[in-house]
Design a protein around this ligand. Structure first.
Ligand code: PRP
Length: 224
């Protein structure tokens, strides 16, 4: 059964955790508290690449064409460049996944969203919004953010995107660690959405950190 058939039956958010050795490897490197910043950045970038590769399945629009090989003509398939592709990194930590995503989606336009959680209330607030006024409703949107914890940040980002015409059915979230509170909120509001994550962790502690998680991804990427 395909993911979309499963969703049609259950009317629920789809969350994929690709069972790939490279995803498991780079997740474990990122979790390790002794991993230095330079290697942590590489690990997150690698996860951005492989999770975006997985997320592009059944998401990128293709076109069937005929191609002339050196010997004869045969049918082929190419990416339909008429359908816009957008990547939305949620700053700061989402920048860590961006270059990996760009290696897979070199034609994507990048729209930055700066969001920070208040350390006490955990409420997110915007400090940068480079989204266009209106998206083409066909746009394939990929959001990058390594952590989905309480879900406040991703819900705020989704609300901004929906208001600008983005279709959640054409939206993919690429993250590293997803936690139940965020997934429950996304499921309740956007059951057509699809999430690709290196893992799902069980808990968010009282400080808003995912446990076991990987610490503060933004601080570890930028060495702050
Ligand atoms: C972290 C993380 C997510 C958010 C997740 O960012 O990168 O964006 O928190 O938490 P939530 O699901 O509870 O909203 P943070 O606000 O620490 O900013 P940073 O990326 O600049 O470190």
């Amino acid at each position: 059964m395909t993911g979309e058939n499963f969703r049609a039956m259950t009317q629920q958010l789809l969350v994929y955790v690709p069972p790939h050795p490279l995803v498991k490897h780079w997740l474990t490197v990122a979790r390790d508290a002794s991993t230095p910043s330079v290697l942590f950045r590489s690990a997150i970038s690698e996860l951005g690449r492989w999770l975006t590769y997985e997320a592009a399945r059944e998401w990128l629009v293709t076109q069937d064409i005929m191609v002339q090989t050196p010997l004869t003509a045969c049918p082929g398939t190419v990416i339909d460049t008429q359908v816009p592709i957008a990547v939305v990194p949620i700053l700061r930590a989402g920048l860590g996944l961006l270059d990996g995503a760009q290696t897979v989606l070199p034609l994507a336009k990048i729209y930055h969203l700066g969001l920070v959680r208040n350390e006490e209330t955990l409420e997110p607030s915007f400090y940068l919004n480079k989204l266009p006024e209106k998206f083409d409703p066909q746009t394939r949107v990929l959001i990058t953010d390594p952590m989905l914890a309480t879900g406040g940040s991703i819900m705020a980002a989704m609300a901004e995107l929906i208001q600008r015409g983005v279709d959640p059915a054409f939206t993919r979230i690429v993250c590293v660690v997803a936690a139940p509170p965020a997934l429950q909120k996304l499921n309740a509001a956007y059951p057509e959405l699809t999430v690709y994550s290196a893992t799902i962790d069980g808990e968010v502690n009282e400080r808003g950190f995912i446990v076991p998680g990987l610490g503060d991804a933004g601080d570890r990427i930028f060495g702050t």
